[in-house]
Design a binder for this molecule. Structure first.
Ligand SMILES: NC(=O)c1ccc[n+]([C@@H]2O[C@H](COP(=O)([O-])OP(=O)(O)OC[C@H]3O[C@@H](n4cnc5c(N)ncnc54)[C@H](O)[C@@H]3O)[C@@H](O)[C@H]2O)c1
Length: 307
């Protein structure tokens, strides 16, 4: 198949690009390189790379021609980045997704797989792992725009028959991630012997999903028809203090773990608990994430830091 990946030079996108190229697909990547290019050199030479902005309608309409599927991952993200750039965050989400949908309709493209987020659950009540049916509670520009796009895609499915999957990723981590995110930040601090800085009490929980499991889920969902919102979650709840201790242990670091007050701009993001259910993913694809956080962290250490 010929597959367009927006944001394909980013963390998830570069890993997905590699997998799709290795599976024999023809891949076109659109990325404005806001975060540099994380695609490996040997993979880069096998794809068509277009440097540009997903908000550029003419460009998107042009490069999508002949594609069978679009993975739409281009986004502005990172807690501090989004807090500092709420307008750009929303523009890229809303205008970018509108362009992608226009391109899919213009060129009869079979399906859009859109990167949504577990951030949409916000402070949703957690009695057990969050399913796609719980009442969502998006509070930030980022989460609001992601939810808007889920509904926008659903509307195009209902009215025009577009196949679309909204991928609700839960804290993806792994190779190629940069230090906007907590796992690489803690690794860098631990390996350098600097204090590992936890915001707040460290008791807030997240569900960390390893990149290879995430990519596997994305690939399997390419075969699913219709409109679906799908959690991609590891179904394990870890608190941030525990994560810091685990990384300190794996890296054999002497770093101290210190607790800082969260900066004011992070306030909206301070969700106490988050853990997802991947039952729907399992039902649709017969697979769900299996890599434990300890295993995933050890893989990162082996590949990136161990001499
Ligand atoms: N990493 C996670 O834990 C996580 C969790 C939930 C949702 N997501 C979503 O998954 C997707 C990929 O995330 P990631 O972690 O790989 O992030 P990333 O920042 O590494 O990748 C995003 C890519 O989009 C590109 N981009 C940004 N603005 C663009 C624009 N206007 N036009 C073209 N390209 C643009 C960036 O250059 C970057 O390469 C995003 O949509 C994100 O919101 C990620």
């Amino acid at each position: 198949m010929k597959i367009l990946i927006t944001g394909g030079a980013g963390f998830i996108g570069s890993n997905l690009t590699e997998r799709l190229v290795n599976d024999g697909h023809e891949v076109v990547v659109l990325d404005n390189l806001l975060r540099g290019n994380k695609i490996k050199r040997n993979i880069f030479s096998k794809i068509e790379f277009v440097e540009g902005d997903v908000r550029d309608e003419a460009l998107v309409l042009n490069i999508a021609k002949g594609c069978d599927i679009i993975f739409h991952l281009a986004a502005v993200l990172g807690v501090d980045v989004v807090a500092d750039n709420p307008v750009e965050t929303m523009d890229v989400e809303v205008i970018g997704t509108r362009n992608i949908i226009k391109a899919a309709e213009r060129h009869n493209i079979d399906k859009i797989l859109y990167a949504s987020t577990s951030g949409i659950y916000g402070h949703s009540a957690i009695e057990s792992a969050l399913t796609e049916e719980v009442l969502v509670d998006p509070r930030t520009s980022y989460a609001m725009a992601k939810r808007y796009n889920e509904i926008y895609l659903a509307s195009h499915h209902e009215e025009k028959g577009l196949n679309a999957i909204a991928l609700r990723f839960f804290n993806v981590y792994g190779e190629n991630q940069d230090n906007r995110m907590v796992v690489p930040r803690f690794f860098e601090q631990a390996v350098a012997g600097k204090p590992i800085t936890v915001f707040g009490s460290g008791q807030q929980t997240r569900d960390f999903t390893y990149i290879d499991d995430t990519v596997e889920a994305c690939v399997r969902l390419m075969d699913v028809q219709g409109y679906h919102i799908v959690n991609i979650a590891n179904e394990a709840e870890w608190n941030i203090e525990h994560l810091a201790k685990e990384i300190k242990h794996i890296t054999n670091s002497s770093s101290e773990i210190i607790f800082l007050d969260a900066p004011k701009k992070r306030y909206d993001y301070e969700v106490e608990r988050r853990v997802g259910s991947s039952d729907k993913l399992l039902k649709l694809t017969s697979t769900k994430p299996t890599t434990t956080l300890q295993e995933g962290l050890a893989l990162i250490y082996e590949s990136k830091f161990k001499k």
